[in-house]
Design a protein around this ligand. Sequence first.
Ligand SMILES: C[S@@+](CC[C@H](N)C(=O)[O-])C[C@H]1O[C@@H](n2cnc3c(N)ncnc32)[C@H](O)[C@@H]1O
Ligand code: SF4
Length: 339
Amino acid sequence: MLSIFVEASCNRYNRDECVDCHVYEPLGNLPKSEWHMAPEDARVMAENIRKVDSLNALAQQEINMTGGEASQNPDIVEIFKIFRTVTPNVCLHTNLDINSDQSKRWLRLVEIMKLGGRIDITLYPVSWEKFQKPLLKKVLKLQNHLLVNVVFENLQDLNNQLGLLLNFFTEEGEIYDHVVNLLREYQEKVASLLKTEPDCNEATYLKHMGNTGSFAQKKEFTFGINLLTAFRVDALGRRAMTSTPFPKDNYLIECPAARGSIDIMTVRQNGDMTPCCDVGNLQCQPRFGNLLKDSPEKILENFEASSKIMAIGITKNRENIQNAKTGEWVEEGIPPYCS
Ligand SMILES: C[S@@+](CC[C@H](N)C(=O)[O-])C[C@H]1O[C@@H](n2cnc3c(N)ncnc32)[C@H](O)[C@@H]1O
Ligand code: SF4
């Protein structure tokens, strides 16, 4: 997947409602003139994606337009159309925290859905009843697939959020039975863990959740769910070593780039690329070239050079972890949680 930042601003962090949003620090201070990706930049990116085989292959899986809040970009429909010339699979990640169906942000999402794009949402319990829920009902009339990201602070929070979704899809009727079954399976597992081991570590949680699938599929509707642990972020925008729900365990990421494979590439608005699974917020220093400024040849050179730096940094990270130096940054600029 190619994850492309198309907007630096976000209504939620502007209102201080996502105080721990991990893209706030890298994006939040940009001048207003740089908030929105311009269609001209999207055109250059699209052209370059087509020319670099490995990027094109990722784009064919999916281009995900993210940010910030992508629906705040006034040109997002045009940008969508530009990326659509690269791949049929273009989706948009939104907070769906929109106060009316007359809002320009909502109308942009509607246009994108009508053109065949998919909207994915992050569930925000404080916005759910008033803003997200009524619009999600309308989303279901416009697209027959949906991916929901659930970011949780602890098991009780996860249980509550699953409950919101479960009630919602139950009310929506029989056509969503398969979604209800999947959500119920998750909720039963979380509820039983809450009874027996509410303060468990991550390994216990993962074992208990077992291999519950992430998708519920039927020809009428496909539903996907991502359960994501929340992280605290420091004043420099650096993520904590441990996740909020499982504070006793270091949260280690197996870096795909250092392993030699790239599954996701994140493209910042300025064109910088990082092969990171985590919306580019981890502050990984080695760049995989710049999609706006570099030639395809230069990008490929950077791929190779940066992969080597990552592999070295990650070896050092592993040594640090073994030598009780967990959390220290290495000179290669590889975050200490990447192994
Ligand atoms: C930065 S948002 C951008 C897309 C859109 N504005 C949204 O809110 O869904 C992308 C994802 O990052 C998640 N996220 C942000 N900060 C986080 C944190 N500190 N810990 C875990 N997830 C976080 C959000 O919940 C969301 O699913
Ligand atoms: S080293 Fe970490 S931050 Fe850098 S690309 Fe790999 S997983 Fe992402």
